[in-house]
Design a protein around this ligand. Structure first.
Ligand SMILES: [Ca+2]
Ligand SMILES: [Ca+2]
Ligand SMILES: [Ca+2]
Length: 159
């Protein structure tokens, strides 16, 4: 480009930002799910993650923890859900630890891990008691024996 005076402004400004691929950002967090949830019910809200680099997609996956075989995660949305054919049982397991990894699409790929704690919420399981009743004290310590053994198969600790 030349102005009327014949001067050209060909000076090119090179900005060397020394761009490096920043890892995704994701926080340790907790989710809750009812024990009667089944595939493909969601486990709480999606896991939010953020990448400081412009235009990179994020890919979620579960890489470990006690929840690895029970839950799946949507690789794009970060939504954890109940795995196919999996069942939850509050009376057996109240808490799962699930390690997720979020990777970006930069070069080279950068990944960040987070621990997702999943709390299983108690639901009143369908009792299958014969005619018998027990007296239950509110706030009993879990595992306290209540009354005499009851013939029946209510798997709830306290009905
Ligand atoms: Ca990045
Ligand atoms: Ca149960
Ligand atoms: Ca229950």
């Amino acid at each position: 480009m030349t102005d009327g005076g014949g001067l050209s402004d060909k000076e090119v400004v090179t900005i060397d930002v020394n761009d490096v691929n920043e890892p995704p950002q994701v926080e340790d967090q907790a989710r809750s799910v009812r024990e009667d949830a089944v595939f493909p019910n969601p486990v709480g809200e999606e896991i939010p993650a953020y990448d400081p680099d412009f235009g990179q997609d994020l890919i979620f996956r579960i890489i470990g923890g006690t929840g690895q075989e029970v839950f799946t995660i949507n690789r794009c949305s970060g939504q954890i859900q109940i795995g196919y054919g999996q069942e939850l049982d509050y009376e057996t397991t109240q808490l799962y630890y699930t390690i997720i990894e979020v990777c970006d699409t930069g070069v080279p790929t950068m990944c960040t891990r987070a621990n997702i704690t999943v709390n299983v919420l108690d639901v009143n399981d369908r009792p299958e008691l014969s005619d018998a009743s027990v007296e239950v004290v509110e706030n009993s310590v879990v595992g306290t024996l209540v009354g005499s053994p009851v013939a029946g198969t209510d798997e709830d600790i306290f009905g």
